[in-house]
Ligand binder design. Structure first.
Ligand code: NCD
Length: 316
C-alpha cells in the first residue's frame, strides 16, 4: 500500500489504509527491535531534528531511538534554551532549521496548530509529537498497535476513554483513529472535563465509571492535564480518584479480559491505582512504550520514502 502523505500532522487526514500501512510496517519493526542487532537503514544518512517546545520524556526518547535505529543522524534541540527566549518567532526558528537541510523534523508545541504552521514553512517531512490539545498522532497509532496485538483486531471493539477528555490531544487523536476503524467508543469523565458537543462525534458519554465501563474490551486512562487547566475543573484529586480513578473494583465492570492503558506519565492514586498499573496480566502500559518506538520508526520510514517518490505529497 502506498503512503501518500508528506507530513504526519494528525490522524484527521488519514484514511483506514494509511493507518493500516503504518501499523503493518510497525509490526515489522517490533520484531527488529526485539533482536540484539536493532539496526535498519531506512533513514541512513538522513538528518532528523527533534524540537520539543514542551516537556517530554518518553516521546522524545522514543523518537530519538527510532531515528537512530534506522540510521539517521538525530539532533535534539533544547528549545527551553533556544532563541525563542530571545524573541525569535516560531517561523524564523523554522526557517533557520530548514536551511540546515534536515530530512525530518519532529515537533512538540504547547499551542494547538503550531506544528501545522511550521510544516508550511519547511521543505522536509514534519511529524507532530503533540500540539496543545489538538493532536498526538503517533500516540494514537501506538495505542492502536497495542490494542491490535492484544486483541487480535482493531475493529468492533468496545473502548472506554476515561478522565480529562477536554484537554487531551491523546483522547482527540484516539477518538478519530478508533472511530475510523469502526469501534464503539465510550467517553467517561466529569462533565467539566468533557468537551461540549462531543456526542456529535458518534461516541457515548458517561459520568459514571461503573456504567461506562460495563462490558468494554479496552480501558484507556488519561492524565489530568493540569498545565492546560485555568481554573477549578475538579473539586480535589482525592475526590477525582474516588469517582474516576481506575481500581480493581471499577475494572470488574469491564470484560474479564479487558486491557488497561495509560499514555504516561501517570499519576498513581489520581487516575489509576498503582498496583493495577503494574499488573502485567491487565495493564499494557509497558507494551505501549515498546510499540511507540516501532510506530515512530514506521511513520518516519513511510514518510521519507513516500516523500522521495511523491515530492509534493497529497495529504499534508
Ligand atoms: C501524552 C502527551 O504528552 O500528550 N504523553 C505522552 O506523549 N506520552 C499524555 C500526557 O502528557 O498526559
Amino acid at each position: 500500500m502506498v503512503f501518500a502523505a508528506k507530513h504526519l500532522l494528525g490522524i484527521e487526514p488519514l484514511n483506514k489504509g494509511d493507518i493500516l500501512s503504518i501499523l503493518d510496517r510497525a509490526d515489522h519493526y517490533v520484531t527488529l527491535n526485539r533482536q540484539p542487532n536493532k539496526h535498519g537503514d531506512a533513514l541512513a544518512g538522513m538528518t532528523q531534528i527533534n524540537m520539543f517546545f514542551e516537556n517530554s520524556t518518553r516521546t522524545q526518547a522514543s523518537f530519538e531511538l527510532a531515528g537512530k535505529r534506522l540510521g539517521a543522524d538525530v539532533m535534539n534541540m533544547s528549545m527551553a534554551n533556544s532563541s525563542i527566549k530571545k524573541g525569535e518567532t516560531l517561523i524564523d526558528t523554522a526557517l533557520t532549521i530548514n536551511a540546515m537541510q534536515p530530512d525530518l523534523l519532529v515537533v512538540r508545541h504547547p499551542s494547538s496548530g503550531a506544528v501545522n504552521l511550521l510544516a508550511e514553512k519547511v521543505n522536509c517531512a514534519v511529524l507532530n509529537a503533540g500540539d496543545g490539545r489538538h493532536e498526538h498522532p503517533t500516540q494514537a497509532l501506538l495505542d492502536a498497535l497495542t490494542i491490535r496485538r492484544a486483541k487480535g483486531r482493531l475493529h468492533r471493539l468496545s473502548i472506554a476513554i476515561c478522565g480529562d477528555i477536554a484537554h487531551s490531544r491523546v483522547a482527540r487523536s484516539n477518538i478519530m483513529l478508533l472511530g475510523k476503524m469502526e469501534n464503539r467508543l465510550r467517553l467517561i469523565g466529569p462533565k467539566t472535563l468533557m468537551p461540549s458537543g462531543i456526542a456529535d462525534f458518534g461516541v457515548e458519554v458517561f459520568d459514571d465509571m461503573r456504567e461506562g465501563l460495563a462490558g468494554v474490551d479496552v480501558v484507556m486512562m488519561l492524565r489530568l492535564q493540569r498545565e492546560r487547566m485555568d481554573g477549578g475543573f475538579i473539586p480535589s484529586e482525592r475526590e477525582f480518584y474516588h469517582r474516576f480513578g481506575l481500581d480493581l473494583e471499577k475494572l470488574s465492570y469491564a470484560k474479564d479480559d479487558a486491557i488497561v492503558m495509560h499514555p504516561g506519565p501517570m499519576n498513581r492514586g489520581v487516575e489509576i491505582d498503582g498496583t493495577l498499573a503494574d499488573d502485567i496480566n491487565r495493564s499494557v502500559i509497558q507494551e505501549q512504550v515498546e510499540m511507540g518506538v516501532a510506530v515512530r520508526m514506521a511513520a518516519m520510514d513511510l514518510l521519507v520514502n513516500s516523500a522521495r517518490s511523491n515530492p509534493k505529497g497529497v495529504m499534508a
